[in-house]
Structure formats: structure tokens, C-alpha cells
Design a protein around this ligand. Sequence first.
Ligand code: HEM
Length: 488
Amino acid sequence: MNGKEKETITSQHGIPVGDNQNSVTAGPSGPTLLEDVYLIEKLANFNRERIPERIVHAKGAGAFGYFEAKKDMSKYTKARFLGKAGKKTPLFVRFSTVAGEKGSADTVRDPRGFAIKFYTEDGNYDLVMNNTPVFFIRDGIKFPDFIHSQKKNPRTNTRDPNMAWDFWSHSPESLHQVTILFSDRGIPKDYRHMNGYSGHTFKWVNNRAEAVWVKYHFKTDQGVQNLPVEDALRIAGENPDYHTADLFESIERGEYPSWTVYVQIMPYEDAWTYRFNPFDITKVWPHSDYPLQEIGKLVLNKNPDNYFAEVEQSAFSPANVVPGIEFSPDKMLQARIFAYADTDRYRLGVNYTSIPVNSPKNASVSNYYRDGFMRVDDNGKGSVNYEPNSFGGPTENMTYARTKYGVEGHAGSTPYEKHAEDDDYTQAGNLYRMLPEDEKNRLVDNIAGDLKNVKPEIVKRQLAHFYKADKDYGARIANELKIKDLKV
Ligand code: HEM
């Protein structure tokens, strides 16, 4: 269009539309005719605008930016985006709440998701993190039950604290994360003022096939800030999209949020004897044991042009690791590396990686996958579609094979091996004891406020856990709830 002529509306087939105000009817007051193909196409497209929302983390906001490496980490990992100080890698980030639906309020008490897709030259690397360093459960087999307990009651279709606390009280490994959730950090001020944590342990491998274990920490350069409960409640009514708007508007203003990126590195052999099982995501590694090492900076500096195309259709998976980064035996991670691509094939279709936000930007895709719904690229044109072949198609390259590692024991449903200091209470109690007095008070108030609406037998079961973490923690909540006859 030259700017003078007005563009004409067309159908999806590019056919110009003569009237976008009046449907084709039999006379001015007659019924609408089936031959109004444009009306039918327009309504049919409208009817199909919604796709399934994410089963968790449905409400979110995203932005583009870059990661800048601060140091050469090739001593530990052959991942090329970490191999040179000053190297920049473009990325996309999606932040989210967890339990609410796509239209739910941003300022609820909930963990926040912090998912990153690094467009590296070795393919897309996804770090699918939360703003908390631990999680409620340690085995993926419990995840659907856990999420059901956080979502709406199947009968009333309302959130039900009985379900949430019933699950938690039966799953004492959740206590550490429950303590974080009900602390001030349970309601971040917005997405810019919170940290991100891998939670999981990953394996880094260098060019000599030597491995270390790592956990990632993304610390906000804006400083951690949280919302007081009263403000959060008010804002949830006034502007349910508060976090979403804040991220978008700050980037539009040129105030680009950033995070300093650190890793904790554990020598490979330490894993078997460390005082906590290092693969259990309900535990942190105290920084005194494995200090934070700065590796780079994440900056967000570009808003998406279209929310649906780039944010709603984005798809992340902890299975997307690039050479130099491998999985650990964390049972949650192992379940997650199946779950995400599976849900995305359902949510977006088998060819979801050809949606631009999901496709590699600095690496090319070369394989023998063909066809399937919504194949919108050239589908490999006439190239050979099987391997091995004698036509020069792509082949494997053993330099990218994952490192081998030994396993021992009998296959079966077994809990994690307990390390010297492993229990469900010590780290939750340590966190409680670290909190300043005023935050302890708010934590106790927040928990008691929720537990007031919960059945007595569930409250008692849960109170026993708070007591085991710290007597004062349990006693204060019991006192708030006016419970005296607790036998722990
Ligand atoms: C076995 C445990 C888990 C399972 C089965 C699971 C499953 C899922 C599923 C099915 C989605 C929706 C993905 C989509 O529709 O694209 C999702 C989203 C997400 N999960 Fe998990 N999850 C688990 C644990 C975790 C943990 C431990 C974390 C953080 C450390 C986490 C962080 C996220 C984030 C950030 C998203 C949103 C990604 C986005 O923005 O699209 N999840 N999860």
C-alpha cells in the first residue's frame, strides 16, 4: 500500500470483501443466505480463536532481550553461549502465575514462573524456572494430584483451601515451599522485582567430558520487592493485569529490567556424599557450601508485537538443553522432560516448533520429521526423508552424544536415598529462623488467615509439621488459631 490508497479487506483466501457491515440476506428483512461465504468464514474463524490454555501457568506476560556472558565458563561447560565473556545471546522470557486461569488476577499469592528460551547457535536452550528455589514435591508422579489440590473444587468450581492444605499436610516435603509461599515473597510486586531459580540441579559437561552439578540463580537488579496483602487484594480488583502491564510499560518507557545470573557449582563426586541429596528439589544448597558465581546478565528490552503470536504460543521445555548442559537424576526434572513437549503437541500441535517464537533463530533445523497438522514450512521440499540414506542427508555426530554415567540399584518405585541431613523440616525451620521478626509475624498471619477456613483435622495435621520445623513457628500459628490441645 502506498499510504494514499486504502487497503481492502480480503477473505483468508485473499479475495476482496465488498461489504463488512451488512450480511447477505434475502431482501432487507429476509433470512441470511448460506452463500454469504465471507460471513461464514468470519464467524468460523472467530469461533476458533481460543486454543487450550496452559494447564498450569496459564496467565503470563513475555518480552524479548538478551543474555550477556560475563565470564568464559568453558572450564565447566562446552555450551557455546557461556564460552566467552561479552558474548550476547538473544532470548525470550515468559513470566506467569501458576494456578489461575488465563483471565485470573496477577497479584495473587502463588509462585511465579520465569521461563527463558535462549536462541543459541547450538539450538534453543530453555530454562523453565520459578521465582522460588525449591518446590512443593520431589517426585513428578505427585504433580497432577498437587495441581488438582491447588485448582478449583470439582463440585463448587471455587478455590478450596481444604484441598490445598489437605494435600500439603499429607506431603510434608512441601513445608519449605509453603513457608516461602506464605512469606512476603509469595506476592511479588511485579515480574521485574523478583528472582528466578532453576530449582533443579543440572549437569554441566566440558569438552573433556568432565561434569559438575549446577543450580542457576537469576537475581533481579531492580531489587526484590513484594506487595503487602492489602495492596495485592485491592489491585486484584482494580487491575487484574497489573504485572502484565508493568512489564510492558516499563519496557516501552525504555526502563529495561535486568537480572544478574549466578550459578552454584558442585563437584561431580560431592553429589553422593553431600549432606542433602542434591537432586531433591525441596532442598537448597546453602551458599556457604557452594557459593554463587556470577556468569552473566539477562536484559529484557523488546516487547512482543502481538501477544497471542509470541507469548500465548510460546512453548518452553526443560528437555531443551544444548550440548554442554545435561540432566541430573532429579525425579521432578525427569518427569518434566516428558511433560512439556507432550502438552505443547496437544496445546499447539505437533509442528509447534515452527511458530516463530519457538523456532531456533541462531541454529538451523535439519531432520527427517515430515508432515503433520499445520506444516507451514517447506516440509523438507523434495529432500530425502529417511536415514541412513545415500543421498547426502544429515547424519548424527557423535561429538554431541551425551556423557555416559553409571547407575546402580534395582529398578522399582523407590523414594530418594536419604543423605545425612535429609528430612522435611530442617531447611523449612532454618528459613523461618532467618526471617526478621516483622516478617515472621506476617508469615504467621498469612498462614493462620488461610487455615481459618480449613477443617480442624487438616489444620492439626499441618500444625504438627510447623512445630517440627520450629516450635515457635507452630506455636504462633496455633495461638493465632486459638488451638491449645495439639499433641505433636
Ligand atoms: C513434575 C513436575 C512438573 C510438571 C509435570 C509440570 C508440567 C507443566 C506443564 C504441563 C506446563 C504447561 C506448559 C505449556 O502448556 O506450554 C508447565 C508450565 C510451567 N512450569 Fe511446570 N511442571 C512441573 C514442575 C515445575 C517446576 C518444578 C517448575 C519450576 C522450577 C515449573 C515451572 C513451570 C513454568 C515456568 C511454566 C510456564 C512455562 C511458560 O511460560 O510457558 N514447573 N508445567
